[in-house]
Ligand binder design. Sequence first.
Ligand code: GLV
Ligand code: MN
Length: 198
Amino acid sequence: PESDTLQDFCIADLKATVLVNGFPCKPATKVSSHDFFFDGLTKKGNTSKTLGVGVIAGNVLTFPALNTLGLSMNLVDFAPGGLNQPHSHPRATESGVVIKGKLLVGFVTSGHVYYSKVLRKGGMFVIPQGLVHFQKNVGKGNAQLITAFNSQLPGSVVVAPTLFGSKSKPTLPDDVLTASFQVDQTVIDEIKSKFLGA
Ligand code: GLV
Ligand code: MN
């Protein structure tokens, strides 16, 4: 969460070359009504990918008026069976409302306790800051969710690809993974091959 603001607004200048903590403001003389409205969430997330989930982000990068204001929202669309896979937001608590369909929402605490519930239209949830969580469409049709965050840019650490699909060379060492997951190298090779296309 961001701290109190020092001015009414600060429309992000996304092209700025010097970034401190967030973005500098676009000159007030260049600000118009257009800046304060965003129609990105009127679209539908692309659910044709492997996990059947499509996220449209309304954060400072897509909606620069959120700069310094400490909040953002997403639209999440699910095909039948679609999964928004386990991830966490390092900089925000998340709350959400189911708009359509039936979703299993779950998270795990730092003490490894799992909490979950199946929610229908209008059902709301909260994911405390930083905890690993997911949503899965357990209904027959499509499902849709609006989420909100107390950060202009909550960040998303997606567990599986973070551990098994690191792209820099060298990647996260295999012996770190075999020890952590207590499995043989062959298991790590198989999982890594899905993420790295090896
Ligand atoms: C859902 O978990 C989201 O991050 O939008
Ligand atoms: Mn989330």
